[in-house]
Design a protein around this ligand. Structure first.
Ligand code: ZN
Length: 201
């Protein structure tokens, strides 16, 4: 069933909707200076059909919808995104409480398939969210930075030393979350961190 229009059978994205996504695709790469990460890669802007799709798989118990993005990623990443070589892929974690509510970590779902696609080892437990905090989308930029402070913990420092890491999240807004995660990874000895998200807000 197509993840966008709900029609069809054997695919997560019908031809028509794939073409629509293709039209909206950005394949962006932003370089950063004053952050703990270096580059941010993203497929789309966070609007229109992409926004609806993300909200559905994140909040409406439709985790299978993330496959629509993965299929799209698999098909186009080689030509459209200039990735570095990475040692490990790490998803942005969610708290135990949120996981219980939602039933899954949406970033982990994406990261699993991207790790397969890029043939890079997935490290799902290196980063842990130790505290439950407010949902970032309800806060402004300053409050977002405060909200993520000291929320993440490293689990297995020896596996991070000198590693080049691709950190995966679904949406990039102010970058507070991924920057805080990158900070922890960098302090634990990571060599370089790039970010990949489905969308940029
Ligand atoms: Zn469709």
């Amino acid at each position: 069933m197509c993840g966008i229009c709900g029609k069809g059978k054997n695919t997560y994205l019908c031809k028509k909707c794939e073409n629509q996504l293709k039209k909206e695709a950005i394949f962006g790469k932003d370089e950063y200076q004053d952050t703990y990460f270096q580059n941010h890669f993203y497929l789309f802007h966070y609007s229109g059909v992409v926004r609806n799709l993300i909200l559905s798989y994140k909040f409406k118990e439709k985790p299978y919808l993330y496959k629509s993005f993965i299929n799209f990623f698999s098909k186009y990443q080689k030509n459209c995104l200039q990735f570095d070589f990475y040692d490990i892929i790490v998803p942005v974690p969610i708290s135990q409480k949120r996981k219980k509510q939602r039933g899954y970590n949406q970033s982990l779902l994406i990261a699993k398939d991207i790790a397969k696609e890029l043939n890079v080892n997935l490290e799902p437990n290196l980063l842990k969210k130790a505290k439950h905090n407010k949902i970032q989308s309800t806060l402004n930029k300053v409050a977002r930075e405060q909200n993520v402070k000291n929320v993440y913990q490293i689990n297995g420092k020896e596996n991070i030393q000198d590693k080049k890491i691709l950190l995966i999240d679904d949406i990039f807004t102010t970058g507070s979350t991924v920057n805080e995660c990158s900070k922890m990874l960098k302090l634990a000895g990571a060599k370089k961190i790039d970010i990949l998200t489905i969308a940029k807000d």
